[in-house]
Design a protein around this ligand. Structure first.
Ligand SMILES: Nc1nc2c(ncn2[C@@H]2O[C@H](COP(=O)(O)OP(=O)(O)OP(=O)(O)O)[C@@H](O)[C@H]2O)c(=O)[nH]1
Length: 792
């Protein structure tokens, strides 16, 4: 046994030498943290095997890993595509030769709370990557990414603009996403098609509510990210507080790669913990020079401490590195970067960097980090989809030019030159200009006109788009946001994007007859671009109703109707989009029977309605056994229920979080039909929902107000009068107080002007949907009475 242990130790130590042959052989002190690591390593070893000595098992497991057979490195080549779509095969010719290998692609988004500096950072990235020669400043209204007129006037980012740029031979496709909560969908869309993200924080405000929202969205899509603590030059900047908030507010594990040198007016640069060198910028102007210097004496201890934490976190990911570490060897720079990349992509931690985009400090190392740590399309799982003919069959598409073409349309934008642009993320294969592709959601073919590579304010015609590309297609006719385009010979429907339901609506009426047609056309186009925007005609009031995610969202829509479609319209007061649900299970038998000469109608069903968890939507289930309701009539039941779901029994709002179960039924050989079952389902729905304790739900918003202390009392009093529930108070630098509360959306209309008046314009607020909750009885009664008056 002793001999065996000895042999294993020798093997492990020689492997260690190999691995760190280029590394420094500085002995590391056996700090309490190292002891903890050693302990963890031993515990991990235990879980690998329960017998024998822990250390020898640990070495044994290392040996085992290193001798495992290598994984196949590439996807097998698929069979050659055939027929009239040879245009896909043609793409293999010279024109389509890859200029940039796929593993040098980075498809990234930049996301954060409103005003954290996304647009400014993107502008700097474009400057430093050489695409932009004249920088646009947001506050001067000339930023390149914020190209829409309204964005420039309002100084906010409304729509994502995709842009392609290059850094260190890597192709970086960037999508700038808006921070305002009304445009959350834009963030979702970007997340769906991107492989990695930069999360920006304002170093004064730290982790703000919208950063939490986008963080959770990024979690949902499993997007690896790096953090950039921006605005280090601002008064009250605090890198370490922001780092702590990443832990407390986001529940994430920050991996600090840089610490700041100075702050506020005195912010000079950063200490690069990997190189253990200071990077100091000599000015604040664009293109300001920087140089590597020794770490300032007063930061050396702190830098060493953070470096030790960095190393301890990364060696956890690799047995060989851990072994070396335990023997006192620090991994070399290459190994450190490799492990940071591994842990970032796996979601073990998030690298944290800092700087000031506005003062041009920290942008180049941020770009290096994008290249070094964010995934390429090859590092993320293959795209999943289903067979359009059989949704039960799952298909996977690896990121490879050799696979059949598949891509997802994630954004449509009106364009004054080419009509409209459809932005597509190509997941696999090649797409040639002139090819005919299949829109597999609609089962329709579309011809690709021009393929355009987009830059912030210019475009370049290209002949072919390859796996990993984000490309704009001009002149698509039938493709909407979220739909799949694919090779017609190898069809696939990629996983769909989820779109939130609107929470607010307003009536809108064209001012003149001439505006009627223009408005319809405009609404159709805008809805095609933006799936979180809906419009409909209210039959009772004969008005057009537009629905969206907030007042600002609808405000922008009306503004775009006026500017882009020249429609003059009167807009009503905003109203909340309530929902209806049930509070208990009900069972109802409904017989639809009609016998008035000729063939009769007969359908008999037993339905059960069950409440489901908040956010579950609607579900139908059939428990029919032995054909008591024949298969061909079940679609009739489903249709009948679906018709009623948009029109609840209390006040006509959509019904959610309900499972409708078809339990039993009977039919008649002659008189039963799909229609009869459809009508029976409608009757069962009305009776069943009434018996199931129907209740009205309203959107509850999380509202965060930042106010000077002297206005705190007024702000709280006002929130209370709006049925608000105060969750917590906090402090912000500059004698500011933060109030975190939950308030029904119905009480928040025009809050912006009330808050402005109350605090002389010195307070600000953010608001986002937190949940749907039951409406108090007296308000429910008012709404039901209103609905009854309209229907009468
Ligand atoms: N002091 C300072 N100001 C900055 C910095 N970065 C951005 N700003 C300023 O902060 C404001 C907001 O910056 P933007 O780049 O528009 O922020 P954004 O996140 O794109 O904003 P939205 O798209 O509207 O969410 C502008 O006035 C910028 O000039 C920085 O590093 N330091």
């Amino acid at each position: 046994m002793a001999a065996e242990s000895m042999k294993m130790s020798t093997t492990a130590s020689s492997m260690c030498n190999n691995n760190f042959s280029n590394g420094s052989r500085r002995p590391l002190p056996l700090s309490p943290r190292r002891l903890l690591c050693l302990n963890n390593a031993l515990r991990r070893t235990h879980s690998l095997s329960s017998s024998s000595s822990s250390l020898s098992k640990f070495f044994g497991s290392v040996l085992l890993d290193s001798t495992a057979p290598p994984k196949p490195s590439s996807t097998p080549r698929k069979e050659q595509r055939r027929g009239n779509f040879s245009v896909f095969a043609m793409a293999a010719d010279a024109e389509s030769k890859r200029a940039v290998p796929l593993d040098d692609y980075r498809n990234i988004g930049i996301m954060a709370h409103i005003d954290a500096g996304k647009t400014t950072t993107t502008e700097r990235i474009l400057y430093y990557t050489g695409r932009n020669y004249k920088i646009g400043e947001v506050h001067e209204g000339t930023a390149t990414m914020d190209w829409m007129e309204q964005e420039q006037e309002r100084g906010i980012t409304i729509t994502s603009a995709a842009t392609t740029t290059f850094w260190d031979k890597h192709r970086i496709n960037i999508i700038d996403t808006p921070g305002h909560v009304d445009f959350t969908l834009e963030v979702e869309r970007a997340l769906r098609v991107l492989d990695g993200a930069i999360c920006l924080f304002d170093s004064v405000a730290g982790v703000e509510p919208q950063s939490e929202t986008v963080w959770r969205q990024a979690d949902k899509y499993g997007v690896p990210r790096i953090c950039f603590v921006n605005k280090m030059d601002r008064m009250g900047a605090n890198f370490f507080r922001t780092r702590d908030m990443i832990v407390t507010n986001l529940g994430a594990k920050p991996l600090v790669l840089q610490i700041p040198i100075g702050a506020e007016d005195n912010f000079q640069g950063v200490v690069d913990l990997i190189k253990m060198k200071a990077i100091v910028w000599s000015g604040e102007e664009l293109g300001a020079k920087f140089e590597y210097q020794d770490v300032p004496a007063d930061l050396q201890e702190l830098a060493k401490d953070y470096k030790a934490q960095l190393i301890e976190n990364i060696v956890e990911l690799d047995d060989e590195a851990m072994l070396g570490y335990l023997e006192g060897v620090e991994p070399d720079e290459e190994t450190i970067k490799k492990l940071i990349r591994k842990g970032t992509i796996a979601g073990n931690f998030v690298p944290v960097l800092c700087g000031s985009a506005f003062k041009n400090k920290g942008v180049q190392p941020l770009l290096d980090a994008v290249v070094d740590y964010l995934p390429s399309p090859l590092d993320v799982p293959p795209m999943k989809g289903t067979d359009p003919d059989d949704p039960e069959v799952t298909i996977e598409r690896a990121a490879s030019d050799e696979e059949p073409f598949s891509g997802l349309a994630f954004k449509i934008m009106s364009d004054s030159f080419v009509g409209s642009l459809t932005f597509v993320r190509v997941y696999s294969g090649k797409l040639m200009a002139g090819a005919s592709v299949l829109n597999s959601n609609k089962g329709k073919k579309e011809r690709i006109g021009r393929l355009l590579e987009m830059h912030a304010n210019s475009r370049e015609d290209v002949k072919v788009a390859l796996a990993g590309d984000i490309i704009a297609l001009a002149g698509m006719k039938d493709t909407n946001t979220g739909e799949t385009l694919c090779d017609p010979d190898k069809p696939i429907v990629l996983e769909r994007m989820e779109f939130p339901d609107p929470v607010i609506k307003v009536a809108i009426e064209p001012k003149t007859k001439a505006d009627v047609d223009k408005m319809s056309m405009g609404l159709v186009k805008l809805a095609q671009e933006d799936p979180s925007f809906h419009f409909s005609r209210d039959e009772e009031t004969n008005q057009t109703v537009i629905e969206g995610m907030g007042e600002l969202h609808l405000d922008i829509i009306v503004d775009r109707l006026r500017r882009e479609f020249k429609v003059d319209a009167t807009v009503g007061a905003p109203q909340v989009n309530y929902r209806e649900s049930i509070s208990r299970t009900s069972e109802v038998r409904y017989v639809h029977k009609k016998q008035s000469g000729g063939q009769g109608q007969f359908a008999d069903i037993l339905m059960r309605f069950e409440p489901m968890e908040s956010g579950s939507g609607y579900e139908f289930k059939s428990e029919i056994k032995g054909g008591s309701v024949p298969k061909e009539y079940i679609p009739g039941v489903m249709r009948g229920l679906e018709e009623c779901m948009s029109n609840g029994v209390l006040a006509g709002f959509p019904v959610v979080d309900v499972r409708a179960v078809l339990v039993d039924g009977t039919y008649h050989d002659v008189d039963s039909s799909v229609l009869a079952f459809q009508l029976a389902a409608r009757g069962a729905f009305r009776e069943g929902i009434r018996k199931a304790g129907p209740r009205l739900l309203e959107p509850i918003m999380r509202v965060e107000v930042v106010t000077p202390e002297e206005h705190l009392g007024d702000v709280i009093g006002d929130l209370n009068s709006r049925r608000g529930q105060i969750n917590s108070f906090g402090d912000k630098p500059g004698n500011l107080k933060v109030v975190d509360s939950l308030v029904p959306l119905a009480e928040m209309f025009q809050y912006v002007s009330t808050l402005r008046g109350m605090t002389k314009g010195r307070a600000s607020y953010t608001m986002q949907l937190a949940k749907f909750d039951v409406v108090p009885q007296h308000i429910q009664t008012q709404l039901s009475e209103k609905e009854e008056a309209v229907t009468a």
